[in-house]
Design a protein around this ligand. Structure first.
Ligand SMILES: [Mg+2]
Length: 248
């Protein structure tokens, strides 16, 4: 079955969320962490999320703020920040969220690729594990909202990827059958592999050079190949994988 629809992840796929975490955690470090702390190491710990707090959030077990507090406490314990609790966390979170929002940028390959896909006749939309208002704000701030309709967020069903139901819901909203729909994301297990398990026609792992998370995350090209996942290192390779158009 030919692919007619393309669903895209947002964070670290369309938007440079890793860079935004860098901005957020640099702002946090300036207020809360000892002078001279290596912010790159803080970012690496945050993204690895070795305790899986964000994934508990995507299963509906923690709120967005609860998972951030748990990760903030781990960062402070590791890098010498003061203890945080529910009373002191809102001020921390304000610093983090302000820096995070200011750091949002689209990846430079995002808009040209999305426009090329749309011009070639593909239906395009976003499926993200982040919450709805934040995701819409993010797409608008980086200039993608008009080209990438936000179809399914964590609040749509109350849980997120890798549950197959969110992929099927996104296909229904996109208007394409699962078998003629591709999913593209930067996390091999919860994006491409989960999409294939849900019955989508194509799973694409965007493995941008130098951006792997480490920790418990599955980031193995051999595992991708074994399951028939297409692997790309830039979104500009996506049309070639889908087989019909070139990005100008
Ligand atoms: Mg992502």
């Amino acid at each position: 079955m030919p692919i007619r629809g393309v669903l895209l992840d947002i964070d670290d796929t369309l938007v440079d969320t890793r860079g935004a975490f860098g901005a957020a955690l640099a702002a946090v470090a300036a207020v809360y962490l000892p002078v001279g702390v290596d912010v790159e190491r803080v970012v690496a710990m945050w993204r690895a999320d070795a305790s899986g707090h964000y994934r508990r959030h995507t299963r509906g077990e923690l709120t967005a703020a609860q998972q951030r507090l748990a990760r903030a406490q781990e960062v402070h314990a590791a890098f010498g920040g003061p203890p945080l609790d529910e009373a002191t966390f809102p001020a921390w979170d304000e610093v983090f969220r302000t820096g995070f929002r200011a750091g949002w940028r689209a990846h430079t390959d995002a808009l040209p690729t999305v426009r090329a896909l749309r011009e070639a006749g593909y239906a395009v939309g976003a499926l993200t594990n982040a919450v709805g208002p934040l995701s819409q704000d993010k797409l608008e701030r980086v200039g993608l909202a008009e080209d990438v309709p936000l179809l399914v967020t964590l609040d749509t069903l109350g849980f997120g990827k890798p549950d197959p139901r969110v992929f099927l819901q996104a296909c229904a909203r996109l208007g394409t059958a699962p078998g003629e729909t591709a999913y593209v994301g930067d996390e091999l297990d919860i994006d491409a592999l989960a999409a294939l398990r849900a019955g989508l026609g194509l799973g694409v792992w965007l493995d941008r050079p130098g951006t792997r998370r480490g920790g418990p995350h599955l980031e193995d090209p051999a595992a991708a190949a074994e399951h028939g996942v297409a692997v790309i290192s830039s979104l500009t390779e996506l049309p070639g994988v889908l087989g019909r158009v070139d990005v100008r």
